[in-house]
Design a protein around this ligand. Structure first.
Ligand code: AHR
Length: 502
């Protein structure tokens, strides 16, 4: 089979916001405790954070980390996590039916995120708490000194403000499972007032309001419209969450799920722009896709753990073990986010360690890369710069959920910093290689290139602590003839083509 991609250096979608490669650390399961933090582990630093995990997180190159939840944040008292560790209260976390020790709190987390070079995206509790808490935590984090909260931060060891830029106004507030769930009217009002107070406290910040928990919620679309009616002039982004699954073992439909993501993004953009028009506003509200991933492998096992062992500290819940087909879908989803980078400015793979995560750990033992680690790592390391508007001619297929699914999902990024044109591509064909011709107009390609692929594995193959089976390989065979590039994409493959420029 053959496909042709035409790109032109001058035809651009937008610059990639570096927050597109965000991830998520929630106080959930073994994400924090036994994940990023395990005092006593042989690689732990003097604050108790695992060095082996830090190294993997740095390799992944996540730029931005949402914290501390998730459902957890809707019942969280952030003040429980500041001050001397020995004085911190233990609390029931009703979201996940666990016991929170508060050993890791705001200072520890932000310090860790700074160490790995990522920005912290803090969420405030608009479930069990409200606008007072929202402005207090912001004053604590971002105000220099001379007030109750800023001086308390200094007393607790952080002389300089944390200066966190991006804040979430609660989490999934439409969900009946959420502590303090609200109607769209109720949430819209409290989010607008919280935003108002927060921007009065620090006008430099950017705010994310909650969209629907996912697009199958009965209130989807009307929730977004109502929330925006209330918050439009106070906030900067609206959130989207979506998790994908291959429950019927239908690979053709599963790999087409990035089309659902694309449709979801387009719908939310339309709602934002509808409210913009209705309000005759000059301002554009963009999107924060701040929870996305595959999540289903661990569902049954989690129900059992939560029923049989409630209120335990860091139980092994949401520990999806990802296989090769999941890595291919994650590749398609990353490409979709890039293709929408004019409106999706922030995105967070949920989550980072152990909990539906690209990195797994064993208590007292190893840390390893899941299959999905690789496409994220490639995109987060190389997919910076300007995304090009491309024209793709490609054969397509039918499946249970979609018609006309292109066999190739692909995007080209002009990475000005490394002076390379980067092409990410997934070949969805089960059995046919695809000869991809790239007509790269306006680029003076130097002929240097590299080609990395993840392919050739059983769709259900996984990585474990003892065996990394699914791993990318370098490939040869990219042909460059002036502005035209030819590359063969293997069936069922994730591909990264790096084309050097003169
Ligand atoms: O990421 C896991 C959970 O999924 C989050 O806590 C919640 O926001 C979502 O439902």
């Amino acid at each position: 089979m053959k496909a042709k991609m035409t790109v032109n250096k001058s035809f651009i979608i937008d610059k990639v916001d570096k927050r597109l490669y965000g991830t998520f650390v929630e106080h959930l399961g073994r994400c924090v405790y036994e994940g990023i933090y395990e005092p006593g582990h042989k690689t732990a630093d003097n604050k108790g954070f695992r060095g082996d995990v830090k190294d993997l997180v740095k390799e992944l190159n996540t730029t931005f980390i949402r914290y501390p939840g998730g459902n957890f944040v809707s019942g969280y008292n952030w003040e429980d996590g500041i001050g001397p560790a020995g004085d911190r209260p233990k609390r029931l976390d009703l979201a996940w039916k666990t016991l929170e020790t508060n050993e890791v709190g705001l200072h520890e987390f932000i310090g860790w995120a700074n160490d790995i070079g990522a920005e912290t995206n803090m969420a405030v509790n608009l479930g069990t708490r409200g606008i007072e808490e929202a402005r207090n935590i912001l004053e604590y984090c971002n105000h220099k000194s001379g007030t109750y909260w800023s001086d308390l931060r200094r007393k607790n060891g952080a002389e300089e403000p944390f200066n966190l830029k991006t804040w979430c106004l609660g989490n999934e507030m439409d969900g009946p499972w959420q502590m303090g769930a609200k109607t769209a009217e109720e949430y819209g009002r409290i989010a607008a007032e919280a935003a108002k107070l927060m921007k009065l406290t620090d006008e430099r910040i950017e705010l994310v309001a909650c969209g629907s928990s996912f697009n199958k919620m009965p209130t989807f679309a009307s929730w977004e419209a109502t929330v925006l009616e209330h918050t439009y002039e106070h906030i900067d982004y609206l959130s989207l969450h979506s998790y994908y699954a291959n429950r019927t073992n239908d690979i053709k439909s599963y790999l087409a799920e990035s089309i659902s993501m694309d449709n979801f993004i387009k719908s939310v953009v339309a709602i934002c722009d509808y409210v913009k028009a209705k309000k005759h506003s000059k301002k554009t509200v963009n999107l924060s896709f701040d929870e996305w991933n595959v999540w289903y492998h661990s569902n049954t096992q989690d129900d059992k753990i939560r029923e049989e062992e409630p209120w335990s500290v860091s139980p092994p819940i949401l520990e999806d073990v990802y296989n090769f087909e999941d890595a291919l879908l994650v590749g398609c989803l990353l490409i979709t986010l890039l293709k929408n980078c004019d409106r999706v400015k922030i995105a967070c793979l949920a989550q980072l360690v152990n909990v539906i995560a690209p990195i797994m750990t064993e208590k007292g033992g190893a840390a390893w890369r899941q299959t999905t680690f690789y496409p994220f790592k490639h995109a987060a390391n190389l997919g910076h710069g300007t995304v090009l508007r491309s024209n793709i001619e490609c054969p397509s297929y039918e499946c249970e959920t979609f018609s006309d699914v292109p066999f190739i999902e692909t995007v080209a990024v002009n990475n000005e910093d490394c002076n390379e044109l980067i092409v990410f591509a997934v070949n969805r064909s089960l059995d046919k290689a695809m000869e991809l011709e790239i007509d790269a107009q306006g680029f003076d390609l130097s002929g240097t290139s590299s080609f990395t692929e993840l392919c050739g594995y059983d769709l259900k193959a996984v990585n474990t602590k003892d065996k990394t089976q699914v791993i990318p390989r370098e490939k040869t065979g990219v042909k460059i003839n002036s502005g035209t590039v030819l590359a063969e994409l293997s069936p069922l493959s994730w591909n990264v083509i790096r084309l050097g420029m003169k």
